[in-house]
Ligand binder design. Structure first.
Ligand code: CA
Length: 631
């Protein structure tokens, strides 16, 4: 199969003509059919004509069609030998599309920009301060109490609403107004590319969106007008610009491991090429969603690289989170890294993913899945979610009743001895090259929220009710992953005891269960303040992250299941001591020599030391993380 090396696949718009280019080496003939609208079910629908594409080498077909086609829609019609039927498909390299992604759209991308887009810049974020907060466009903006105008709730533009606050009270910020004060540095957005599970004509539709249709087009359901392809482009960019103005980066959740249906625009243009198949010809299903993309094939690898470059360049995205990364081969992941690094500021673009699959796949011989076993070949700036830390903190995600270190499974302290150094000692059979490779976390969109997990493990079903012992467990969970070397990550609302009332996998909604409850955020103000304090400590004390290759934590001898360690301050001016007490009772521990002051006593946290100077013996609060600084 000849591979194409150019960067111009798709519909290349110019004022006087559009150059259509499609890689389809097995096709016998290709036409492009042009339409006035994105479907036949809307006013003004009409077929405008068609043009024949000609072979242009390396498996590419092309046609230069005169006229200004900005805002017009198209599909390709391919003919394959042995069939007299044309196969119709959207363009895999579409940069815009009509309703539900059925037809691609020619677009002048520079014109489809919000005001000020040219001045939009990625914020400069110090690596040691990084902390990622994961949310969903609709979840973030949908709560009527949150102050987003009704027409923008559930939409990209909800992020652009200025000065949002709870029930009109300006002292209680919500949405982006809240987030910019929290102390996290990046917002990770669940899928914003065009996905198939939500009908864009249905305003009540809801889905997490892990079912890609058009990889290089924003989802239409989050735009105020999914019928006109330029609107979703402009509004998605407006959201990103608003997040940047708040000083935060945007991490995009990308799902290159499978498509919504195996019968995708990719497979329609080159049947049998893009999906993995077993020797008997059947599709593999390592994604659990019906098909897996063959990332190890030259043109699928190129597709993933091109797509990431496209979002980084055209949408100024600051990072990528790869869904089921172990279904992608390590060489492809490194190729994405190398391509992003060539962009201005590209080395700061984050890359990390899930180092697991949803089942067996059939990667070509010689290719290596990008899982923990591939850390020897993966670039050290490609990270992975650390399930080892996650489960040690709160118990297994697969067993609701199981307990972790903060809620009764105290023997997990042994695991946390490795977690604090980002597992760099090789204890679990893998060895990260840099602490930043290890995503340290206690909750993500999958499985129970941290709060629901703590409730279930405690045998309580009153999910919304707030109890002091569970609050302490929640604070302690945050205290742990925010004092471990690595890249901290949390599900939005973890900091206000977010509950989905025990729903583990609410990908189909309803929105009422998934949406962030801004009243609860303010009811749990003290817990939010504790998180904010931890983020501030993280920012003020770079040695906590290990991002600059600081020395490993020095473990302290502690009684029972307690964990303690000391970190030399990066500025050479003293040390930090961190002590975990998993017991539900106060415990005594011995401080190293010198005079210490609190940054966290387990209930209050902040970058400014507080309380009386401590020496020698110290009492640790029940279920707590204590952080002290020695000058
Ligand atoms: Ca869609």
């Amino acid at each position: 199969m000849p591979a194409y090396t150019g960067r111009d696949l798709g519909a290349n718009w110019q004022r006087d003509y559009t150059l259509f280019k499609l890689w389809a080496p097995t096709a016998a003939a290709v036409r492009v059919i042009l339409y006035a609208t994105g479907s036949d079910d809307e006013p003004g629908a009409a077929m405008l004509g068609s043009a024949i594409l000609h072979p242009a080498g390396q498996g590419v077909w092309q046609a230069r069609v005169s006229g200004n086609w900005d805002g017009r829609y198209y599909v390709y019609a391919l003919q394959f030998e042995g069939s007299d039927q044309e196969c119709l498909t959207a363009d895999p390299y579409a940069r815009a599309c009509g309703i539900n992604g059925q037809r691609s759209m020619v677009i002048d991308l520079d014109a489809a920009a919000p005001e000020g887009w040219r001045q939009d810049r990625r914020p400069a974020i110090p690596p040691h301060a990084r902390a990622v907060w994961e949310t969903h466009v609709a979840d973030f903006t949908a709560d009527p109490a949150g102050g987003v105008p009704e027409k923008w709730r559930g939409k990209y533009l909800g992020f652009t609403a200025p000065d949002t606050c709870l029930d009109g009270d300006p002292s209680k910020p919500t949405c982006l107004n809240y987030l910019k004060q929290l102390g996290v540095t990046h917002v990770q957005l669940m899928p914003i590319f065009d996905f198939g599970s939500t009908d864009e004509t249905d305003p009540a539709g809801y889905n997490w969106g892990y079912d890609p249709v058009n990889y290089n087009v924003p989802e239409g359901a989050y735009s105020t007008d999914p019928w006109h392809g330029e609107v979703r482009v402009r509004e998605c960019r407006a959201m990103i610009a608003a997040i940047h103005r708040a000083g935060l980066g945007v991490v995009m959740d990308v799902v290159y491991n499978h498509t919504y249906h195996a019968d995708s625009c990719l497979e329609r243009t080159v049947p049998g090429y893009y999906c993995r198949r077993t020797p008997d010809g059947s599709l593999t299903n390592g994604s659990g969603c019906g098909c897996d993309m063959a990332s190890e094939r030259t043109m699928m690898r190129k597709y993933i690289v091109d797509s990431c470059l496209f979002w980084a360049r055209e949408y100024h995205v600051d990072g990528f989170r790869f869904d089921l990364m172990a279904l992608i081969d390590a060489e492809t992941m490194n190729a994405v890294r190398a391509a992003l690094d060539t962009l201005p500021g590209g080395r700061e673009i984050l890359m990390y993913g899930e180092p697991w699959t949803g089942g067996g796949t059939c990667m070509a011989p010689g290719a290596r899945p990008a899982d923990k076993g591939a850390l020897d070949v993966l670039d050290e700036r490609i990270g992975f979610f650390c399930d080892g830390t996650r489960d040690a903190i709160k118990g297994s995600v697969f067993d609701a009743g199981s307990k972790g270190y903060v809620n009764g499974g105290m023997y997990y302290g042994v695991r946390l001895l490795h977690a604090v150094d980002a597992w760099r000692d090789g204890a679990d059979g893998f060895r990260p090259k840099a602490s930043g490779q290890v995503v340290q976390y206690a909750s993500a969109h999958d499985n129970y929220t941290l709060w629901d997990k703590l409730k279930l493990a405690a045998g309580r079903k009153d999910f919304a009710a707030v109890q002091p012992d569970l609050l302490a467990q929640n604070r302690m969970a945050a205290g742990i992953y925010l004092t471990c070397h690595g890249l901290p990550f949390l599900l939005s609302g973890e900091e206000f005891a977010r509950t989905k009332l025990g729903a583990p996998n609410s990908y189909q909604g309803p929105l009422s269960v998934n949406r962030l409850d801004w009243r609860r955020a303010w009811q749990l103000e003290e817990l939010v303040r504790y998180y904010r304090g931890l983020f501030a400590i993280r920012r003020a004390y770079p040695e906590l992250s290990g991002a600059a290759g600081e020395t490993a934590p020095i473990l302290l001898a502690t009684p029972g299941w307690m964990v303690g360690f000391v970190l030399e301050k990066a500025d050479g001016n003293g040390e930090l001591a961190v002590l975990y007490n998993p017991e539900p009772t106060p415990q005594q521990a011995e401080l190293p020599g010198g005079s210490w002051q609190y940054l966290s006593d387990g209930a209050t946290a902040g970058a400014v030391p507080f309380g009386e100077a401590k020496t020698g013996q110290i009492i640790l609060a029940p279920t707590s993380v204590t952080i002290l600084v020695r000058r």
